[in-house]
Design a protein around this ligand. Structure first.
Ligand SMILES: Cc1ncc(COP(=O)(O)O)c(C=O)c1O
Length: 415
């Protein structure tokens, strides 16, 4: 807390509310956000104090931050196997996604007016497609199979002469299914259609190579891989047409106006670089813990299904639907037990309707309401997993004991 130092001596106490005390011990919501890596904080600190110059300024203060932004761009480009001039810094995944959808359809309006996406995209894609639809852009929303997979042949069949863009996410934030992006990209390339992938959930956990993936655009977000919030990046292949979302300055080579978020950009790049260094070992460790959690819970809790693909899934994602319980009630009890998890998508929780993703993979209604997501991270240990298995089995048994017709529900499900 600080006291105002104005010459009037007003004595005003300046304090930013920090929120309630956090008692949680086990954080299993890394798909919503991750803690910032201490090394990332260290890398950012100078840019929150003495290195404060505006990168557009020609003096030494400005040149120092310009050099830092350039170095960050180089590092992000290396991590994606892209060129530095193909990387644009944004305010996060939402902005990167909006930029591609709005920017490509605006640039190519004369060539066509049709966009293809999938039923399980993040709302930053789906809501933007709704908006585009209201502006006269036709949108095809492709279905997914029971594992949440998109069939590349469906993409091929949906492409018309009017199609200007296909946008399919790399991995789903709720159920963790990883899409055959390289194959879908090949289909788009053969048809001469631009292809975007929302890699917000995979950047930092899977190796990304924009050429191998056959993508023209790729979105990522710093806070999903132990970097800061409010900063993201967009890969846009050289020479592909798109118009900027923000106007008002020459930053980011006239593609994204506004003074750069230098601490954020440095943090994002440092975090992505660190994640690349740790990637292989950490993915293997997470897969072991993920499977321990899936096996533990499914052995203890009957009528519990794993959502998403059994093997083509993110190393840290466990999404379950449990018959006869209300997922939100389970979340609240877990919360009281010191365990942080999520129901449906973090960005749209609060609604008791099964999420659009759970509906798209056709989870039976009795189980759809009992959907819960655990997303593991660097701090997750085997002891925590064992504790969560016990706690979850207890929570489900407790909730089911409150459902008077639970036995009939189970019989109906089994028949
Ligand atoms: C798949 C996906 N895309 C986009 C976003 C939005 O990213 P941001 O929070 O950086 O705006 C999220 C956030 O949860 C996400 O999971």
């Amino acid at each position: 807390m600080a006291e105002c130092d104005c010459p009037d001596g007003c004595g005003l106490r300046i304090e930013v509310y920090q929120g309630p005390r956090i008692d949680q011990e086990i954080y299993l919501d890394h798909a919503a956000t991750t803690p910032v890596d201490p090394a990332v904080v260290q890398a950012m600190l100078p840019f929150l104090s003495e290195r404060f110059g505006n990168p557009s300024s020609v003096h030494g203060f400005g040149r120092a931050t310009r050099a830092a932004v350039d170095a960050a761009r180089d590092l992000v480009a290396r991590c994606l196997h892209a060129r530095p001039e193909e990387i644009y810094f944004t305010s996060g995944g939402t902005e990167s996604n909006n930029t591609v959808l709005l920017g490509v359809t605006e640039a190519l309006r004369e060539h066509g007016c049709h966009v293809i996406t999938s039923a399980i995209e993040h709302h930053a894609i789906l809501d933007t497609c709704d908006y585009l639809q209201s502006r006269g852009v036709r949108t095809t929303v492709l279905p997914v199979d029971e594992y949440g997979l998109i069939d590349p042949e469906d993409v091929r069949r949906a492409i018309t002469n009017e199609t200007v863009l296909v946008s399919i996410m790399h991995a789903n934030n709720e159920i963790g299914t990883i899409q055959p992006i390289a194959e879908i990209g090949r289909v788009c390339r053969e048809a001469g259609v631009l292809f975007h992938t929302d890699a917000v959930q995979t950047a930092g956990s899977l190796a990304l190579d924009v050429d191998a993936l056959n993508v023209d655009f790729l979105s990522l977000s710093g806070h999903k891989f132990y970097g800061p919030k409010g900063v993201g990046a967009l890969f846009a292949r050289r020479d592909v047409p798109w118009r900027p979302l923000l106007h008002g300055g020459g930053q980011e080579r006239h593609r994204r106006a506004g003074t750069e978020n230098v601490p954020g950009i440095v943090g994002l790049a440092t975090a992505l670089g660190l994640a690349a260094e740790k990637m292989t070992g950490e993915a293997e460790r997470l897969i072991r813990l993920r499977d321990r959690l899936i096996d533990g819970i499914t052995a203890r809790v009957d009528q519990c299904r794993l959502n998403g693909h059994p093997s083509q899934r993110l190393p840290n994602n466990v999404s379950l639907s449990v018959a006869g319980v209300e997922g939100e009630s389970g979340l609240l009890i877990l919360d009281m037990m010191g365990i942080a998890a999520a129901g449906g998508a973090a960005c749209s929780s609060g609604s008791l309707e099964p999420s659009h993703v759970i509906q798209a993979i056709r989870v039976p209604p009795e189980a759809a309401r009992g959907s819960i997501r655990f997303s593991l991270g660097r701090g997750t240990t085997a002891d925590q997993i064992d504790f969560v298995v016990d706690a979850f089995a207890e929570v489900v048994a407790g909730l089911r004991s409150l459902v008077p017709n639970y036995a009939e529900t189970l019989r109906a499900l089994a028949s």
